[in-house]
Design a protein around this ligand. Structure first.
Ligand SMILES: Cc1ncc(COP(=O)(O)O)c(C=O)c1O
Ligand SMILES: N[C@@H](CCSC[C@H](N)C(=O)O)C(=O)O
Length: 446
């Protein structure tokens, strides 16, 4: 791939930070498959770009595309059962195929798919018991914050929100009561980086048995493997990069520990949130193009981040050397992703920029082939109340760009036009230059 994508230091780790795996050479010699020792089941033999595409449908007619088993029930071979499947809530061949494919791609012992990213977090949350303590970031996705608040209000779970970019802040609240540490990196929407290996080590030392769960939505398994970095559970919204077209909702969970996998499966079957056959089919189809989509999205994101930075905006993107945690990010990840955010210093100016964009759709979500623009405090993170947002230093004027696969020049031209129209920049002989907040136009330019 493409992992190098033009951004970040050059690397020789194509398939797992710190854990390169052996490729088979073109003549097929002497390069045995080398699955990670912790997950001997996964059977990965090729570069990730190949593994994303390569699946064997195991179909009786050798269908090239995995069939959709659109059936709620399966007939049994005897009065006491005997079929491999009985009921789609408990298991379905299309879903199983997707789960096995994801386990391979995620370098995991087991992957499970559910009806949304929040559904995945809900399944994880059901591992907790009243009185348990959870440590989570103070810059996290709004829906995650909402579900944690629900668990705290109704489930007697104590949630500590701390700055997880500082392992010492996590250390301060870690105790034998800690049952779970929830991490997100890069964070949504401030694009801060969290040191997964250090926090996983601290957690496992201070609270043996505590679970480190990492939300990998912002990068996808193509760019970061939290399980290889010490996490116990990785989960993500399959609604984003994995599917890539904003035509389905899905959540993915992956683990190496067999009994943990069984507990998660139990909840999925018991609560009935397993991914439907048609959505499983769509997700499987989306995953095949993840590498090529991500390659283009990251290249575009890098161009746009550079464009904004070079015109005086404070841009948050781990592909930029100016990112304060650039080295940490690249020690864990193989790419910078395609979400970036920037500030204008003025909420009204930001709103005018968002509303002046034409090619960039005003929409929540990210990871899709289309480019999106939004103000997180107004949309994706509006469920975090204004007081909490202020306490957590979330800038109200923040604009988030989720970069798609369109032509980069078109995207930049549209953004430049929106910046000018919103009065966010002054036009100079050399181009445009960000204006300080107090000099920005009060009305959009005509
Ligand atoms: C980082 C992150 N995690 C989890 C989710 C939840 O995913 P879903 O919308 O598929 O429920 C989202 C977005 O919704 C997200 O941005
Ligand atoms: N109204 C929704 C907002 C979804 S935000 C989706 C995505 N995670 C993002 O960051 O854009 C809600 O309240 O959950």
């Amino acid at each position: 791939m493409s992992s190098s994508n033009g951004a970040g230091p050059s690397k020789t780790k194509p398939n797992g930070a710190g854990k390169p795996f052996q490729k088979v050479d073109l003549d097929g010699h002497n390069l045995p498959p080398s699955p990670a020792p912790s997950s001997p089941h996964n059977g990965r033999r090729y570069a990730l770009a190949t593994e994303l595409v390569y699946t064997d449908s195991n179909d009786q007619y050798n269908a090239s595309s995995v069939p959709i088993y659109q059936s709620a029930t399966f007939k049994q071979t005897s009065g006491s059962g005997g079929g491999e499947y009985d009921y789609t809530r408990s298991g379905n061949p299309t879903r199983t195929h997707l789960e096995r494919h994801l386990a391979k791609v995620m370098n995991a012992n087991r992957a499970l798919v559910v009806s949304s990213g929040m559904g995945a977090l809900d399944v994880i949350g059901r591992l907790l018991r009243p009185g348990d303590e959870v440590i989570a970031g103070d810059d996290i996705y709004g829906g995650t914050n909402r579900l944690l608040k629900y668990l705290s209000d109704h489930g007697n779970i104590i949630v500590h929100h701390v700055d997880t970019t500082e392992p010492s802040s996590v250390q301060k609240v870690l105790s034998s009561k800690t049952a779970m540490v929830l991490l997100e990196t890069p964070t949504n929407p401030l694009i801060k980086i969290v040191d997964i290996p250090t926090i996983a080590n601290l957690t496992h030392a201070a609270a043996p048995g505590a679970i480190v769960a990492v939300d990998n939505t912002m990068l996808s398994p193509l760019l970061q493997n939290p399980l290889d970095l010490g996490a116990d559970i990785v989960y993500e919204s399959g609604t984003k990069y994995l599917s890539g077209h904003h035509d389905l909702m899905a959540g993915v969970l992956a683990v190496n520990d067999t009994s943990l996998g069984e507990k998660l499966y139990f909840t999925i079957n018991a609560s009935g949130c397993g991914l439907a056959p048609f959505d499983s089919f769509l997700l499987l189809r989306g995953i095949k193009t993840l590498d090529i989509r991500m390659e283009r999205q990251q290249a575009n994101a890098m161009r746009i981040a550079t464009f904004l930075e070079s015109h005086g905006f404070r841009v948050r993107y781990p592909g930029l050397k100016s990112h304060p945690q650039y080295d940490l990010h690249w020690s864990m990840a193989r790419g910078a992703g395609a979400v970036l955010s920037f500030e204008t210093g003025n909420v009204d100016t930001s709103m005018r920029i968002v509303e002046s964009a034409r090619l960039w759709a005003i929409s929540v979500s990210f990871g899709c082939v289309n480019s999106l623009i939004s103000m997180p405090c107004r949309l994706s993170h509006a469920s975090i109340d204004a007081k909490t947002r202020a306490e957590r230093n979330m800038p109200e004027d923040l604009i988030r760009l989720c970069v798609g696969i369109e032509d980069a020049d078109d995207l930049i031209d549209d953004l430049r036009r929106a910046l000018v129209q919103a009065g966010a920049v002054k036009v100079t002989l050399d181009g445009i230059e960000a204006l300080p907040a107090d000099e920005q136009a009060q009305q959009p330019a005509q």
